[in-house]
Design a protein around this ligand. Sequence first.
Ligand SMILES: [Zn+2]
Length: 226
Amino acid sequence: MSWIKSENLSIISGIVHGFSNRGFKGGLEEAASYFGLSRIFTLNQIHSSNVFVIKDGFRQESEQKGDAIVTSLKDMGIGVFTADCQPILFVDRTASVVAAVHAGWRGTLSQITKTALLEIEKNFGIEPSSVYVVLGPSIGRCCYEVGEDVASLFMNKFDNWKSYLLKKNDSKYILDLKEANRIALVEEGVKDIEIINICTKCDSGFHSYRRDGKGVGKQLSFVGLV
Ligand SMILES: [Zn+2]
């Protein structure tokens, strides 16, 4: 399989990262050892805005629920699974903290990227302006239709919804997940945002829930300090 790399993250020393395509078969241990990590930690993802922070003394007792992970620990990757949703990786300029976020429409609506940035600042004293962010392969604006029910949640909560929500017809809207998350990051003060422009539904090299339906496989997106 091949891993898609961020141009910006590739030139930062002290981290490893990657966004898988459908060639990833779920082997976390294999992926970890390939990148020289002891493990890749993931969560039981529940489309929430829960951010799980891992610091010194961390011992995993049971499976944790949430949709974002922040850590300063070296040697351990952190990852999220997606199949159309938006994977987002964070690393600060000095490569001392990393984060991985899973944002579908629910996570985007609940501003999970904002919560992740707040946790990074609260726990590690790093401001959003010092964080690089990469938005990985996700369903594009070419393909992501949502109903009035979902669209109205964004319209009622955000003033800027017209920047990423387009009316298609009487009952359908196009939601641009990448743009919605990009704008949210800019509003929090992030200056360096890279977008990997791959639509998981258009590109058959990726798993897509919208294209393949229930039981679809998942891409892994991960980052780790080494
Ligand atoms: Zn598409």
